[in-house]
Design a binder for this molecule. Structure first.
Ligand SMILES: [Zn+2]
Length: 132
């Protein structure tokens, strides 16, 4: 069984992904700009393939009508993005993982703030998280 581990900076939140970690996308939406950095890098897995080993200090912030963001209230690491409706999936900040995940493309590219170019990533998604 393929297993990928991840954690926040202070390791009060530790988790594992089993059998799955397809790819990640760079999200340029204005909410990620505020909560992560100029853009975020998320991978998404089924909840059944995700397990917390430790979740001390895990807090959820309802960032919009339909979505919430999970973070560590001790070290401030922004870790998760999840639908508030239960759709059985959880998006995980790729930077929190102890393994590399290939970046496949972009979402909300029109909102991109950085002047960085991403010449190796030709695939761009529209103004939605659907391509994720
Ligand atoms: Zn932490």
């Amino acid at each position: 069984m393929k297993k990928i581990k991840g954690s926040c900076l202070c390791k009060n939140i530790v988790f594992e992904i089993f059998n799955e970690c397809r790819y990640s996308v760079l999200c340029h939406c204005t909410m990620c700009q505020k909560s992560n950095a100029e853009f975020s890098n998320y991978t998404k897995v089924k909840k059944e393939n995700f397990k917390f080993s430790k979740k001390k200090n895990l807090k959820w912030f309802n960032s919009s009508k339909n979505f919430k963001r999970g973070f560590c209230s001790n070290c401030g690491s922004s870790l998760f993005f999840q639908s508030r409706l239960s759709n059985g999936e959880i998006a995980i900040s790729s930077g929190s993982l102890d393994s590399k995940v290939p970046v496949k493309g972009h979402i909300f590219y029109k909102d991109k703030k950085s002047n960085l170019t991403f010449s190796k990533l030709h695939k761009k998604y529209s103004q939605s998280a659907q391509g994720f």
